[in-house]
Ligand binder design. Structure first.
Ligand code: MRU
Length: 339
């Protein structure tokens, strides 16, 4: 599997080749690939690679390998539910491969082929889902004006096109005169490094701001809407996304700016009643005390790094999915999208 190395952007556009599942796991853990849907697609590819490389000759041995591969990939990042969704989907593909084959060799071969096909299907579906989300969401954006986004919920964070940035792309394609303000997104700088890079590449006007400028521009009436992606959405609409999203949502509420979340159904975790149960990844504090590898805080100082926060559903104007738009009460409207 070839991945654009997101840790090296925007300075270098280089690709990393993963030849087995452990290399995929390392790429996810190390943020070579990041963004909830992209993590899911990568994990599916990781499972397919692991099974392809497995030396198992019997079904029990192959099943044991599957469990080891799934455990390793599932242990990489805890918040983005797409990771677990993708692994479960690969597990189902494994089970459905078992029917109609008599010998062990036939079963093992069928699983290998089916898992590779399933991973490729997940990749293709993700692009189609983003395009559908774009169509639904574009209508919510203004004819003209500035839209603020946080983190990177673009082509890089998905198999292509993007969730939040997909909605912006679709609105621009419809002829809307949209400019984007990109929060730099401390501490990992997904906004400065990735959102700015991919929008500039697409010639969509983008202006970089630091996270603490968002309130100022909203108060001045310069922001017409906020749109972000999501890593996990609870049944009641509470949404985990990149750290800092909650602050942006509160500011949007205070300034009467609509706040939209764009996410595929695979990001909705209906098993969790509210956002309180969403696990929040705590990453290495070095990502806070260092910037581009340079120490910016006294070496003796400790730092915290929760990588995500949860925005309560009451601050969310609408959730845009591939099946349409959900609004309050989310417990009902999100559930209806699955029917
Ligand atoms: O830590 P990251 O960079 O993987 O976090 C990514 C985000 O928070 C994105 O906004 C989210 O995954 C949506 S991506 C379409």
């Amino acid at each position: 599997m070839r991945l654009i190395d997101q840790t090296r952007l925007p300075a270098e556009e280089v690709y990393r080749t993963c030849r087995d599942y452990d290399e995929v796991a390392e790429a996810i853990r190390g943020m070579v690939v990041r963004g909830a849907p992209a993590i899911g697609v990568a994990a599916a590819m990781g499972v397919a690679l692991g099974i392809k490389n497995s030396g198992a000759r019997t079904l029990p041995a192959l099943r044991a390998d599957f469990e080891r591969i799934a455990r390793t990939l599932a242990g990489t990042r805890p918040t983005a539910v797409n990771l677990f969704w993708a692994i479960e989907r690969m597990r189902r593909a494994f089970e459905t491969s078992l029917s109609c084959h008599s010998s062990d060799a036939q079963v093992v071969q069928a699983v290998r082929v089916n898992l590779e096909e399933e991973a490729k299907r997940i990749l293709a579906e993700d692009i189609a889902i983003n395009e559908a989300m774009g169509k639904h969401g574009a209508a919510l954006l203004p004819e003209s004006g500035t839209v603020l986004t946080h983190c990177n919920a673009g082509a890089l964070a998905t198999a292509g096109y993007g969730t939040a940035l997909g909605v912006i792309r679709a609105a621009v394609a419809q002829g809307k005169n949209i400019q984007v303000f990109a929060d730099e997104t401390r501490p990992f700088l997904q906004g400065a490094r990735l959102t700015a890079w991919e929008l500039a590449k697409d010639a969509i006007p983008v202006t970089l701001i630091t996270d603490n400028m968002a309130g100022h521009f909203m108060k001045q009436g310069q922001i017409k809407a906020v749109i972000v992606g999501a890593d996990r959405i609870a049944a009641n609409g509470d949404t985990a996304n990149k750290i800092g999203t909650y602050s942006v949502a509160v500011l949007a509420h205070e300034n009467s700016v609509p706040f939209y979340v764009a996410a595929p159904l695979s990001t909705i975790d209906r098993s969790l009643a509210s956002g309180e149960a969403i696990p929040i990844e705590e990453r290495d504090s070095n990502e806070v005390t260092r910037l581009g590898g340079v120490q910016i805080a006294p070496a003796s100082v400790s730092a915290r790094h929760p990588a995500f926060d949860v925005t309560p559903h009451r601050y969310i104007t609408a959730i845009i999915t591939e099946r349409g738009i959900a609004r309050e009460p989310y417990t009902h409207s999100l559930n209806a999208l699955f029917q």
